[in-house]
Design a protein around this ligand. Sequence first.
Ligand code: ADP
Ligand code: MG
Length: 410
Amino acid sequence: MPEKVIVKHLYKVYGSHPERALAMLRAGQSKDQILAQTGMVVGVTDANFVVNEGEIFVLMGLSGSGKSTLIRLLNRLVEPSHGQVFLSGQDIAALPKKALIELRRKDLAMVFQSFALLPHLSVLQNTAFGLEVAGVDRKTRERRAMEVLDQVGLRSFAQQMPAALSGGMQQRVGLARALAVNPSLMLMDEAFSALDPLKRTEMQGLLLQLQQEQQRTIVFVSHDLDEAFRIGDRIAIMEGGRIVQVGTPDEILRNPSDAYVRAFFKGVDVKKYLLAKDVARTDDTLVIMPSADARTDMAQALERLRHTGRQHAFVVDGDGRLRGAVSVDTLLRGLDSGATSLDALYLDGLHAVPATLSLRSLMGRIVQHTQPLPVVDAQQRYLGAVTQTVLLQKMVEMDADKDAREAADE
Ligand SMILES: Nc1ncnc2c1ncn2[C@@H]1O[C@H](COP(=O)(O)OP(=O)(O)O)[C@@H](O)[C@H]1O
Ligand SMILES: [Mg+2]
């Protein structure tokens, strides 16, 4: 995966003599000591990380831990005191002011907690606003705005004024406005934090759905573990201006780096954060890609099923998309009847599981199915299969992890 953002030894000190504070930091003094002695506030200390193309990277931490400072350093809304930020390989510190403004307009959309809609403009005009500023002609920008309003489910509200919309809907407009410019990087600072829990979950779902349709690179700030784990491909946990751990939700859950990180998980039900794709396995189930010769395919599939003692196989096309499932019985019948394509042999009622289905919902489905369930991505590509046994094993593992974590806390 290409790297979209590279951050190297990045520092931000708020105050009149940042270089003095930097020297103190290097000498091992703490944020509190520096504040007490100089009155300067250390916002971010020695941040190093990479954001890959197409991932949602979450900055999580308590209030005051430096999340907003760090995300604003990425588009230079905050000037760094030291260190570097590379966007698509370009050092943003080297950009002249004008080029920087241009970049922010066209390529780095930001969504804040407050919706910041312009009250005198319609929903459509608000959505098209970024494009208007970027000099896109009216017809083109309104067409594009309708397109994204459709994506966020607000097509029929295009002509309304913002005041007529609920908070949740206003934030959808904020999101649509950011999406409209088709930025290569989206920066979202507590974008859903002002919403009530229900609306918030709904917006997270919408973001994930949009992400399935088109993978964008997103840096998302949140103080909320639920949110971070639901939407983050990787998470950086911040404490007192410092990044204390970076990893996937699974990695962080399994190996919290210290007590601060562990404290976030107290009383958290891990099953909520794992998705079908996290437990899908490719080694348990036979997958067949049909050739031009259905008879040979059937015979080979039967042979391999018998050899491994399995009953079922999935059939995928050349692009890896799931076509159906066959069993020993249907294959035998196919051979008997001289079927010329596997397509005629598929079992009824194949239930493909979306990759982003939560483990909880998956458990509900799997109790009704003794056969492996195929897991597919948004393009219906086969990712692996889940069986009752695999799921059960995973849950036992997780409970053991949880016990270990709690034991470590005592
Ligand atoms: N403009 C500013 N001037 C001085 N101190 C600031 C400024 N903005 C943020 N800070 C301080 O920097 C630290 C990090 O703040 P911030 O990045 O807003 O954290 P978060 O977003 O995680 O709540 C805090 O101690 C905060 O008080
Ligand atoms: Mg903040």
